[in-house]
Design a protein around this ligand. Structure first.
Ligand SMILES: [Zn+2]
Length: 436
């Protein structure tokens, strides 16, 4: 029997029959040969009567599986999954551990948006899992709505620096190899678990109470006039608009090569050396990735079709930051981007862009234009009150477009349904409200 995908956009990933509460990942990695030896211990809760557990794991060799410390009835490794047949079925609500020992040369998971997940660099590694790359390096229930806590240890050659999702808990070095430990107590979606290994150095930025650091190639100094130096001010502005920063810290990681686009992860984001250069395009990308900590990471769309809840807000934060910096105002940015979209055929509605289009630029811009329209309709006080309420209610969990529309209606005396349906469900581009 083929089980239905947990998210229709992610066929073959995730399972609704159980949830993972905690992942304990112990990764031993050799940079020179891209060899990974892993042991993942998952604390799992059955949601239905469970006779087998299907984990997503891509192209890594499984050596041993223990369920509750004992051998299972059978394991069936497949190219993209591992099916564990249980010796004793689990009733709904039962909790057990599944320990998987595995090894191999991790490689990205292919898909409609190109390879995602573990990526070997010239001298190191980065992980960019959105939306389907997590199984490239650990067995998981690869559903964005199954958030779990994490403990991650990475052992690698001592001359490399490791950044992984979570609070750094320290290192120990023995026989030329260093073991790094991280602990993430905040619920985290699988695609937001990340790791970077490289010849890197980490520096805390002044003015952020130790919450913001930049990790950069050891051979480079952080330029004086790079957008990364504005991160403490960006953090302060975003906390004013959206409420307290949802995690313990933010690490902007710059790997030692250019990258086409930065990638988001929980409590961190990964950039390329090209993003160190001064200019609005890099500045907007830095503030965009920071905004994802609220929109995407603290509050995650329960289904990928609601991706505008991440990208619309992150894009609108760019415009808010632009105005805050004395550059183009939000009205100017909105008018400019509406004009660009006017000449384009939109292939699907914003409320369901389709897997192939979910990262199209129009999804970002139309989402931001809708938020600008909403703000101009209900006023600043209500708009930012709504944004803070949205985060406070759903932080650590997931939410949908319907949840957002329902909450927004509490912030307006007028019926907002025509506004939302024009922007979300139709393909025509609505007009922007007149600037008074
Ligand atoms: Zn984004």
């Amino acid at each position: 029997m083929v089980r239905a995908a947990a998210d229709p956009y992610l066929s073959g990933h995730g399972d609704n029959d159980y949830e993972v509460i905690h992942y304990d990942l112990d990764l031993d990695y050799k940079v020179a040969t891209n060899r990974l030896n892993g042991r993942a211990t998952l604390t799992v809760r059955a949601l239905v009567p469970l006779s087998s557990i299907r984990l997503d794991l891509s192209r890594l060799k499984v050596e041993r599986v223990l369920v509750g410390g004992l051998a299972p009835r059978k394991i069936a490794p497949k190219e993209r999954a591992l099916v564990v047949k249980l010796a004793t079925p689990l009733p709904p609500g039962a909790v057990t551990t599944v320990e998987v020992s595995y090894r191999g040369k991790p490689q990205p998971v292919p898909g409609v948006h190109g390879p995602a997940g573990w990526e070997e660099l010239t001298d190191g590694v980065l992980v960019a899992s959105q939306p389907y790359g997590a199984p490239s390096f650990f067995p998981c229930n690869d559903r964005a709505d199954n958030k779990a806590t994490y403990t991650i240890t990475v052992t690698t050659e001592a001359d490399y620096h490791v950044v992984a999702t979570g609070r750094p808990l320290g290192t120990t070095t023995r026989a030329g190899r260093t073991r790094w430990t991280f602990d993430e107590p905040a619920p985290t979606s699988t695609y937001l678990v990340s790791l970077t290994i490289g010849r890197l150095d980490e520096e805390s930025l002044p003015g952020s109470s130790g919450r913001i650091s930049v990790v950069r190639p050891r051979r480079l100094r952080l330029p004086r006039d790079t957008a990364f130096r504005q991160l403490p001010e960006m953090l302060e502005s975003l906390e004013g608009w959206f409420g307290p920063y949802p995690f313990h810290s933010f690490r902007a990681v710059v790997v030692d090569e250019p990258l086409e686009i930065p990638t988001e992860a929980q409590g961190m984001a990964t950039f390329g050396t090209n993003h160190l250069l001064l200019g609005w395009d890099n500045e907007r990308l830095v503030v965009h990735e920071l905004a994802h900590q609220w929109f995407g990471n603290a509050v995650t769309a329960s289904r990928l079709r609601d991706i505008w809840l991440h990208e619309g807000f992150a894009c609108y934060t760019e415009w808010l930051w632009s105005e805050c910096r004395g550059l183009a105002t939000t009205d100017q940015r909105a008018a400019q981007h509406r004009a660009i979209l006017t000449g384009q055929e939109q292939p699907a509605p914003l409320s369901d862009p389709g897997m192939a289009h979910m990262f199209d630029d129009w999804v970002y811009k139309r989402g931001a234009l809708m938020l600008h329209t909403l703000r101009r309709t209900i006023g600043d006080e209500s708009f930012f009150g709504l944004a803070r309420d949205w985060i406070a209610r759903h932080s650590g969990g997931t939410a949908s477009t319907a949840d957002f529309v329902a909450l927004a209606s509490c912030y307006s005396r007028d019926d907002l349904r025509p506004l939302f349906s024009a922007w979300l469900d139709a393909r025509r581009l609505p007009k922007l409200p007149r600037v008074g």
